[in-house]
Design a protein around this ligand. Structure first.
Ligand code: PRX
Length: 677
């Protein structure tokens, strides 16, 4: 690790957790589980790779069968189910109609509790997706391969729009609704979208938020990056009523509901898409400022999320499944929309904050809808625990299965989740994966493998993780030593590339540990996750968190460089450094250090501007927990900012030897400033 990077603090904590005892799944769970057959490990062993993945592809309906499971002749540009043709919307909706027309595909729960939950059947979803697809095709002129940017909140219009795109082969790029207009604009320009689809307003923490106000900054940003002429479609949170105060712009903006009237009763044949056609882009933070458009494929992705929804989430058609993530993140794409629908499940979509109007809301929703599979993040678990540690055990919820995702979960929080929320009965899957991966990569198979708090588990069947040291040497299995978590083999859910930047894809995920750049053998091309991990003796992986310049806040990645460049837009700021700080609820949060010229005296005003800049440019999720305006940054003699030293101060740790710095005296000054706050 180089001098000026900051070791993720979560890693330093997780590495010190004790080995925990195992928890067994209950007999009742095992008896009903979708995957009870321990031979799956054998079927998906390396000898049977990649042919084993036929089992996943067979879960889908294909218009044309594939000729080859994996074409790995051009690493690391893998091709899955080559030659096959299918349609994602057909697989998620049409094929369920004969049996399940009247079954709820989604149950929408608005944040205001007085609004009744709304169950949308597969039949209605089919009608609405067809009409929206007709609109996109005939009104917008969109066709397979075109990109569309969505900047939508958590309402059913979001999956309807995604599935309408998928029906046409249009590539959707949904930007998390909480992100700023500017962030949406960057993604519009990068993806080359001619259309932005948004919504007028949505509920969050008791407020009807004006969401359309983000359109103007989005289009301004896109324009500054050379993308002009973008048109805007606006869904209405309450159809027929405009809930935003921001004026519509004539000729540019139109209400979807108005135009849809022309498409009533229209049906659109699902386009037969190549298995390798891109399905969607999902932008993710990386080590440099520019977010990466992770490009996901049609066939491999859908097969992977369908199978993992069935075997890891253990969803049966009769279950009610609720994933509390936002559809604007990969978790929502894979495990609210595509995976559950591909297997004909009922998936709950909740609009608002879990703790609104109080911390018992999730248990009330679960009871009302009969949710028996629950999926959330350690941040939400910690927040609920803090608000009322005894509440869930008395609550009415009755879960058979619970998932955690996005961050390491400490054994204490895990046990609370198990005992209080799951009432000691529900199995827990601690699922490790990333935006780039499409679906779960590490987790226990719930009926087959014991749980161990603090450890995600072994690689999924067909996924072969490995820990490499910094020189790329494999640590022996079960070494118990920390190192770089890599995956030795490709899998169907992996991204195809970074949109428009093949080289960055190779550089980011493969270059460093590639054994031979000329090799055509996938075994020479391990996938680099960017996480640290430990492989324990039992083959369970304990994830230690990011080892690069990425901060994981509430289970979502923010690039430190992204935040720093936002800080640097404030005129008074000369230098900025962001560090990850341990937080009891959110795992880690960003703290910002900025230096200002000596003539700037109103430091509070600068701090306020820095916070506003982060919120405006990235979104509220990037709001720094604290901003310190310092006289100077600790620097190496070559002028590099020592983020490691700042991180140590923020986390109240020893800064180590700073005598070799160019300006060691500033360290003490900063420590006094920080620790007096
Ligand atoms: O550091 C890991 C952490 O979240 C990162 C991926 O973030 P993102 O692409 O936003 O996707 C989040 C949801 C898939 C990883 O590099 N992470 C994810 N799951 C876990 C985790 N850390 C520990 N345990 C997990 N179960």
């Amino acid at each position: 690790m180089s001098d000026d990077t900051e070791l993720a603090t979560e890693a330093q904590i997780a590495v010190h957790w004790k080995e925990e005892q195992y928890f067994e799944p209950s007999q009742a769970f095992i008896a009903q589980a979708n995957m009870q057959d321990a031979s799956i490990r054998e079927r998906f062993s390396e000898e049977n790779f990649p042919e084993c993945y036929r089992e996943y592809a067979d879960m889908l309906d294909w218009f044309k069968p594939y000729d080859q499971v994996l074409d790995s002749s051009n690493p690391p540009f893998w091709k899955w189910f080559v030659g096959g043709k299918l349609n994602v919307a057909y697989n998620c909706i049409d094929r369920h109609l004969a049996q399940h027309r009247n079954k709820a595909a989604f149950i929408f729960v608005g944040e205001p509790e007085e609004e009744e939950p709304y169950a949308m059947t597969y039949q209605e979803l089919w009608v609405r997706v067809n009409e929206m697809a007709a609109l996109l095709r005939d009104h917008c002129g969109l066709k397979a391969g075109d990109r569309v940017t969505l900047h939508m909140p958590m309402t059913l219009e979001l999956p309807i729009t995604m599935l309408a795109c998928a029906r046409l082969g249009v590539v959707h790029s949904q930007v998390f609704g909480g992100f700023s207009g500017k962030a949406a604009g960057d993604r519009i320009a990068d993806s080359g979208s001619d259309w932005l689809i948004t919504m007028d307003a949505y509920w969050r923490s008791g407020k009807l938020i004006d969401h359309r106000e983000k359109v103007a900054p989005a289009l301004e940003e896109a324009k500054s990056l050379g993308k002009t002429g973008v048109k805007v479609l606006v869904w209405q949170r309450y159809p027929g009523k405009d809930s935003s105060k921001t004026p519509m712009v004539e000729g540019r903006d139109a209400f979807v509901n108005d135009i849809l009237k022309d498409y009533r009763g229209k049906r659109v044949e699902p386009v037969h898409m190549d298995a390798e056609a891109p399905l969607f882009l999902m932008y993710s933070s990386g080590t440099t400022g520019k977010p990466k458009g992770c490009q996901h494929r049609t066939g491999g992705y859908l097969a992977y999320v369908a199978a993992t929804s069935k075997y890891i989430q253990d969803i049966h058609p009769s279950d009610t499944y609720w994933c509390m993530a936002d559809i604007g993140w990969i978790t929502g794409h894979s495990y609210i929309v595509y995976g559950p629908l591909a297997i004909g499940a009922t998936s709950v979509v909740y609009e608002g904050t879990p703790t609104f109007p109080d911390h018992n809301r999730p248990w009330r929703i679960a009871e009302r809808l009969g949710v028996n599979i629950f999926h959330t993040s350690p941040t939400a678990i910690r927040a609920l625990r803090r608000l009322d540690p005894d509440a869930p055990s008395k609550g009415p919820q009755n879960f058979k299965h619970m998932t955690t995702v996005g961050e390491p979960i400490e054994p204490k929080a895990w046990r609370w989740y198990h005992e209080q929320v799951g009432k000691g009965k529900a199995v827990i899957c601690d699922t490790w994966w990333q935006t780039e991966n499409g679906g779960f990569l590490i987790s226990t198979v719930p009926a087959l493998e014991k749980m161990k708090p603090g450890s995600a588990g072994p690689g999924l069947p067909g996924v072969y993780p490995i820990i490499l040291d910094d020189d790329g040497n494999e640590l022996p299995a079960g070494s118990g030593k920390a190192g770089n978590l890599c995956i030795r083999n490709p899998w169907p859910g992996i991204m195809q590339t970074i949109w428009g930047d093949d080289e960055r894809y190779v550089d980011t995920y493969y270059r460093r540990f590639c054994k031979n750049p000329d090799s055509k053998d996938w075994r020479d091309w391990p996938y680099i996750s960017g996480d640290g991990a430990i492989d324990a003796e039992d083959g369970y992986y304990r994830i230690l968190g990011r080892i690069d310049d990425v901060i994981n806040v509430s289970g979502h990645r923010l690039g430190t460089k992204e935040i720093e460049s936002a800080c640097l837009t404030v005129a008074e700021v000369a230098e900025a450094a962001v560090v990850a700080v341990h937080d009891d609820i959110k795992g880690t949060v960003p703290e910002v250090y900025v230096s200002v010229p000596v003539n700037v005296t109103d430091r509070d005003a600068v701090a306020t501007k820095v916070i506003r800049a982060c919120e405006d440019i990235i979104g509220k999720i990037a709001r720094p927990e604290r901003v310190y305006v310092v006289p100077d940054m600790p620097k190496t003699r070559s002028g590099k900012i020592m983020r490691r030293v700042l991180g140590a101060i923020s986390n109240r740790r020893d800064t180590g030897d700073v005598s070799t710095l160019a300006n060691p005296e500033v360290v003490e000054e900063i420590r006094i400033l920080v620790q007096s706050r």
